[in-house]
Design a protein around this ligand. Structure first.
Ligand SMILES: [Ca+2]
Length: 293
């Protein structure tokens, strides 16, 4: 996501999750409550349930705006605003990230770089996490030209891709319903067309919430959708070029617009505004008594 990932996709799976047949004459059950605990002895170490309407919690999130003036990576077309409610707000228990077709006034936004779209790119605050189970329950946009992402970079990023990247969820509007999970490292990255990723068909990804998950241990990074694994990247034990994943990473939520991948088939301006809604972000880690599984 930091750079384009023109998909050298290795696996394609279809998630077929069979719901149990409901009993007749019973009222529809309420939405399933979230599982606030995780298996394998893990404990919840960080979360945002987005329960308070208004701006995203500044104690948990910051807004990345650093490339607005120069232009973002991959020839992306958006301006990322800083805590602007039109682009990022909490409503009814959900984070709303909204990409809009609009050109802001540089007099009011001095870092404006002439972009024709606004959006937001939120980064988790703090020291980050080394290993853990990361889960984001989200509904994503499908407008052509959108490129929503839920992903991770090192807190102490000095050198991409050598320092690594974990893309928990990427989606481009010109391939609606196809979700990508990808790892980039020095040895395996899209520049060399060697990134290690997979795609999974999620036909209702833009209409329904799903849980996008990564389980990251010293042994592997495993990608799952609604608890169903669909991609595994193993630690080869050959050193950092193949496995830079022993240092703290932070979470990033954004909607890019256009760009080499997201805009490969143009941008449908009539589709805007486009939203990614996030019900929660949860991070579990193994308890002190439990070695990472
Ligand atoms: Ca929520």
């Amino acid at each position: 996501m930091r750079l384009a990932s023109l998909a050298a996709v290795t696996v394609a799976l279809v998630a077929a999750v069979a719901a149990p047949a409901p009993l007749l004459a019973q009222p529809a059950p309420p939405p399933a409550p979230p599982a606030a605990s995780a298996p394998d002895g893990r404990r919840l170490v960080w979360a945002d349930e987005f329960e308070a309407d208004g701006p995203p919690d500044p104690a948990r999130w910051t807004f990345d705006t650093h490339a607005n003036r120069t232009g973002w990576y991959n020839n992306e077309a958006q301006y990322y605003s800083d805590a602007r409610p039109e682009n990022a707000r909490v409503e009814d228990g959900r984070l709303i990230l909204e990409a809009r077709r609009e050109r802001l006034d540089p007099a009011a936004f001095p870092d404006h770089g002439g972009q024709d779209y606004t959006s937001a790119r939120m980064v988790s605050r703090g020291e980050g996490w080394t290993y853990g189970l990361f889960e984001v329950r989200a509904k994503i946009p499908c407008g052509r030209g959108t490129w929503p992402a839920i992903w991770m970079l090192p807190v102490d990023l000095k050198d991409w891709p050598q320092d690594g990247e974990i893309d928990i969820m990427e989606h481009v509007g010109h391939r609606p319903g196809v979700v990508h999970g990808t790892v980039h490292t020095g040895a395996y990255n899209h520049v060399a067309k060697t990134q290690r990723g997979a795609e999974i068909s999620v036909p209702d990804a833009c209409d329904a919430f799903h849980r996008y998950q990564v389980r990251w241990t010293p042994e592997a990074v495993v990608f799952a959708l609604d608890d169903v694994d669909y991609h595994r990247f193993d630690n080869e034990r050959t050193g950092k070029p193949a496995w830079p994943f022993d240092q703290p990473f932070q979470l990033i939520l954004n909607i890019a617009v256009g760009g080499d991948w997201g805009g490969a088939e143009g941008v449908d301006d009539a589709a805007f505004p486009q939203r990614m809604e996030v019900d929660w972000v949860r991070v579990w880690q193994a308890g002190p008594e439990t070695p990472p599984a």
